[in-house]
Design a protein around this ligand. Structure first.
Ligand SMILES: Nc1ncnc2c1ncn2[C@@H]1O[C@H](COP(=O)(O)OP(=O)(O)OP(=O)(O)O)[C@@H](O)[C@H]1O
Ligand SMILES: [Mg+2]
Length: 602
């Protein structure tokens, strides 16, 4: 057999191979150039694209610029001003650090760079055909002009999609940078026409500009954390959930990430109030000591690795869950909900649509252990019977609520006046009219009660014949390492051979599930986040459907005391303003809202 000799690759080819990782389409060029402009402390960035960025991308910033003698280096691989040592890398706060982006772009496109620092009398320019540095006209800052992307790598060029698709990706990349840096002004042009102009300001403003009215109406401000870790931004109310996860902007130290761990924490936090496949809208920045996160794990830096992933998971999970867990009395009326009657008649007032920021980090939980709700079979049954017989749960508390009737003003949800269409409760409180979807409200009350009543001991379903599944060595070692945890959860799983696992028992609540995929996803979770929240998710689905089934069905007539009892229970229940499916359970129509509906006082 002939053997090919080992040879070193030519520089240009090395760069083109490296560029393949960093620059896969025009939006990657946009992202890299924007990050450079951000690192250069720019306050305004101008972005001009032609044909979706495939034929030309010109980005101009007003940042610190590059000194003449470093111009050549800026285009050289592995040359950077952002880190000089491993220690620097470990605490990096800039977007860039590899010294690779410009060189990669220059390997696959025609690049010219014009720049001027505060000390220069005029600008300098360099391009990647002649590599000559020439004096040039230009303002303070840097302008990079990238033309004919992939002109010299035709195979890559073929992979480009339509102009509009590539343009869409570019706009998305710009949005991400703009949302992470609201203080910077952005102007965007496509084929010579102005598209967007976002002035520098607060995150609130930027979010409104980019994410629009729907997000504005849904956003709940969140600001929580300690010196080491903070979460800032907005989370969407469950009522504004979407079918797709297309409005989830998560940043780690202002870097956009698609991080499995964070997304898992978010999904878990929402699972109480959101139906399985619905996606919340989110705009959140996680600030964390840079030494506690490794940003150098992905070629496009879109993934990160946390040193203490469990702590981060817990922090994100509890911060969001706490923020969502508002008691009744703080629901809001959404303009959209009134629109069938008269959308113009009600002007959106900011006090209607935002909730106040939750100050500081509440005693709950940075290190709080997960509460496991897997129940004992018998106790579930009795507590379910107790709780779910709607007559019982309603009447038992109505007597007490009537006996100590207080001033109307004391009850946020007021007093029941009537029942409408067998579906809605009409109540009066100090602000005006409260409308309650009684089925949804009762469902929420039951669900929360169910969770707090569930025992901490777990009912186990033993399997007569162990289920054998094939497993990798990694999977087997994960199971062995996490024996105690698995037992606690009601699983008895052990190695049956070098590449086999035997499942001997499951938690009773999950006994109808197919054990193999269940265990596989459990192991997967153990691997990814080292926690067991996957089980929580499975359990929640079931609890939610049970609660739903048992809740007061619509069209049942309730007596006034029964309705009042339900209102009192809602007030005492966390998250009573959301039903399990993310629908609102009640809305407030203030007297002013009613006046507006009738055009009073105009
Ligand atoms: N817009 C700019 N303004 C000022 N300096 C810039 C700008 N763009 C690039 N530079 C300089 O050029 C160097 C190389 O940029 P390049 O993007 O290739 O690498 P990097 O940003 O250091 O790292 P990374 O490859 O991770 O992006 C930067 O370190 C910076 O000093
Ligand atoms: Mg860079």
């Amino acid at each position: 057999m002939t053997r090919n000799p080992i040879r070193t690759l030519p520089d240009q080819l090395i760069s083109q191979i490296a560029a393949g990782e960093v620059i896969e389409r025009p939006s990657a060029v946009v992202k890299e150039l924007l990050e450079n402009a951000i690192d250069a402390k720019s306050t305004a960035i101008d972005i001009r694209l032609e044909e979706g960025g495939t034929s030309r991308i010109v980005i101009t910033d007003d940042g610190i610029g590059i000194v003449q003698k470093e111009l050549m280096l800026a285009l050289t691989r592995h040359a950077t001003s952002k880190i000089y040592s491993l220690e620097d890398l470990e605490s990096v706060m800039t977007m860039g650090f590899r010294g690779e982006a410009l060189a990669s772009i220059a390997a696959v496109a025609k690049v010219s760079l014009t720049t001027r620092t505060a000390n220069d009398d005029h600008a300098y320019a360099i391009d990647n055909t002649s590599f000559e540095i020439k004096p040039s006209a230009g303002d303070f800052g840097t302008r990079i002009d990238v033309q004919d992307l992939f002109f010299n790598t035709p195979a890559r060029r073929k992979f480009l999609k339509s102009t509009s698709t590539e343009f869409g990706h570019c706009v998305e990349a710009i949005k991400r940078c703009a949302l992470a840096n609201p203080h910077i002004a952005f102007s965007i042009w496509h084929n010579g026409k102005p598209l967007h102009r976002w002035i520098g300001g607060s995150l609130d403003m930027r979010a409104d500009e980019i994410l629009g009215a729907e997000f504005h109406a849904a956003k709940l401000p969140l600001q929580i954390g300690s010196e080491l870790i903070q979460l800032d931004g907005f989370i969407g109310a469950p009522t504004a959930s979407r079918a797709r996860a297309d409005q989830q902007y998560i940043f780690v130290n202002h870097r956009f990430v698609k991080d499995k761990l964070i997304h898992h924490a978010i999904r878990s936090a929402y699972q109480d109030v959101l139906h399985g496949d619905r996606q919340p809208v989110l705009l959140l920045n996680l600030s964390i000591d840079p030494e506690l996160v490794d940003v150098n794990v992905h070629p496009a830096k879109i993934e990160v690795r946390f040193r203490d992933s469990r702590a981060v998971h817990q922090f994100v999970y509890h911060s969001i869950k706490d923020r969502l867990a508002h008691g009744a009395g703080q629901s809001k009326i959404d303009d959209a909900e009134l629109s069938p009657i008269s959308s113009e008649a009600i002007s959106p007032s900011p006090s209607n649509v935002t909730r106040e920021i939750q100050p500081g980090f509440k005693g709950s939980s940075f290190n709080q252990n997960l509460r496991l709700h897997l129940p004992v079979n018998a106790s579930v049954k009795t507590s379910m019977e107790q709780l779910l017989s709607s007559n019982h749960s309603l009447s038992s508390s109505h007597t007490s609520s009537i006996s100590n009737m207080k001033e109307e003003a004391d009850y946020p949800l007021g007093y029941a006046i009537a029942q409408l269409a067998g579906v809605y409760i009409l109540a009066q409180n100090q602000h005006g009219l409260v409308l309650v979807d009684m089925h949804a409200a009762h469902e929420r009350v039951l669900y929360e009660q169910l969770k707090t009543h569930l025992g901490s001991q777990i009912a186990i379903q033993s399997l007569l014949v162990p289920v054998v599944m094939n497993a990798s060595r990694l999977e087997i070692s994960l199971v062995t390492e996490n024996q105690t945890l698995l037992n606690e959860l009601g699983f008895d799983i052990s190695a049956m051979g070098p590449e086999q696992l035997g499942i001997r028992s499951l938690p009773a609540l999950l006994s109808k599930a197919d054990p193999v995929p269940l265990v596989r996803s459990l192991i997967n979770d153990l691997d990814e986040i080292g926690s067991t929240q996957m089980l929580d998710a499975a359990k929640h689905e079931r609890l939610a459907s049970k609660a739903c089934h048992a809740a007061v069905r619509a069209h049942r007539l309730l007596t006034t005391p029964e309705m009042n009892a339900l209102l009192r229970q809602m007030e005492a229940t966390d998250r009573a303003d959301q039903c399990n499916h993310g629908r609102p359970t009640w809305i407030q129509l203030s007297v002013q809202d009613l006046d507006k509906l009738f055009l009073r006082g105009r």
